[in-house]
Design a protein around this ligand. Structure first.
Ligand code: NAP
Length: 355
């Protein structure tokens, strides 16, 4: 039996994780948390809102599936990494905002860090057992979101409702907007850098509209391995929770003869500058990715509330980064202060932009 603590149980990933857990006898849900939705009957131990680390102390899980959205997910990831408790990580913000500290905690704790993000789950599987010296580069695929093919000028008037209509994935609102700006791929680029210890120049991003290929790895001998599957998050969730068993799922096999479209194109960084902003923040290092993430969370929330235009999102992120000193943080408490300060600046810039 594996004792699973599920954080963010009421969200898109959380609900799909419940489905996976219910279908596997060897997975026992011992604790669940949400941000504000009541979840009394969901698990023997539950918590609504607040810092879930006390819940984790009581639950003594074998694996923590962190499906909280945003910086709020960091304390639980750090709690588990420091103690060597396995983490199934959907909360990519943990590695984006806290990368250096999280990797140090992970190395020290010695537990597994299993990505749930589909691209990273794919990359994890492709890289498994391969010598680091044989890897040329990792290629992350992006669907391109609902605005793929539009010019910057054509994005000026798009609304939150337009952005929430994602062509291939059904996800929570924040990540859906991140997919529309391509910030999601930028966050994933930083996440991949920390997960796989790859320099940024060896992580490529390519747009692949049908989201069937989740990632590719190019090797030094000219071969490229790809991971394929229909876009369904229950596959990477199940892989992470049942690792290393790769348990069976009820997901349909790929219908190859039915006609799969595998098209790829370069991302348009002029229309979608968030991807370039994220790459630059990753390369700058220190707390630049934490500031990028905080500003993005503020800007996306304002966009979802119809207070900020779509193109205001990269604007707020870029200006917040320009106004912040991105010196490395010593611990999670210092990181939380930097996150809070970046949010304050981003909120101020958001107000300035709309007035
Ligand atoms: N959805 C996907 O397909 C997908 C794919 C890859 C990666 N991810 C990543 O997985 C994470 C979750 O995404 P999602 O789409 O599932 O988000 P979501 O549908 O918005 O769900 C977020 C979950 O986090 C909880 N939550 C929100 N704020 C919280 C707080 N301050 N403290 C504790 N819990 C809080 C929510 O509880 P309430 O219901 O009470 O608000 C909810 O259970 C994100 O980091 C996202 O980038 C998602």
């Amino acid at each position: 039996m594996k004792r699973v603590a599920l954080l963010g149980a009421t969200g898109s990933i959380g609900r799909q994780a419940l489905d996976v857990i219910a279908g596997r006898e060897e997975l026992e849900l011992v604790a669940a948390s949400s941000g504000s939705t009541p979840i009394d009957e969901l698990a023997p131990l539950t918590q609504v809102g607040g810092d879930p680390t006390e819940l984790l102390e009581r639950a003594e899980p074998d694996v923590v599936l962190n499906a909280v959205v945003g910086f709020a997910g960091l304390p639980a990831t750090f709690w588990a990494l420091e103690r060597g408790v396995d983490v199934a990580l959907a909360n990519k913000e943990s590695l984006v905002a806290g990368g250096d500290l999280a990797v140090a905690a992970w190395r020290k704790g010695g537990g597994m860090l299993l990505p749930v993000d589909s691209e990273h789950s794919a990359a994890f599987q492709l890289l498994d057992g391969q010598g680091a010296e044989t890897v040329g580069s990792l290629v992350l695929t992006a669907s391109g979101g609902p605005f793929r093919g539009r010019s910057r000028a054509e994005l000026a008037e798009v609304t939150a409702a337009d952005a929430l209509a994602h062509p291939t994935w059904s996800m929570g609102p924040k990540i859906t907007v991140d997919s529309a700006t391509l910030m999601n791929k930028g966050l994933e680029l930083i996440e991949a850098h920390f997960l796989f210890d790859l320099p940024y120049e060896r992580i490529e991003v390519v747009v692949h509209p049908t989201s069937v290929v989740h990632a590719l790895v190019r090797f030094r001998d000219g071969a490229a391995l790809a991971h394929l599957g229909y876009p369904d998050m229950r596959v990477p969730i199940s892989y992470a929770l049942t690792y290393p068993k790769r348990a069976a799922t009820a997901i349909e096999p790929l219908d190859l003869a039915g006609g799969l479209t595998l098209e790829f194109e370069a991302p348009d960084l002029d229309a979608f500058p968030c991807l370039a902003l994220a790459r630059a923040a990753g390369e700058a290092g220190g707390t630049a990715p934490c500031v990028l993430n905080a500003a993005n969370e503020v800007a996306v929330a304002a966009f979802l509330a119809d207070e900020l235009p779509f193109l205001g999102i990269p604007d707020v992120v870029e200006r917040t980064l320009a106004r912040t000193d991105c010196v490395p943080a010593r611990d999670l408490a210092e990181l939380a202060e930097i996150d809070a300060e970046a949010r304050r600046i981003a909120s101020e810039l958001t107000r300035e932009l709309v007035h």
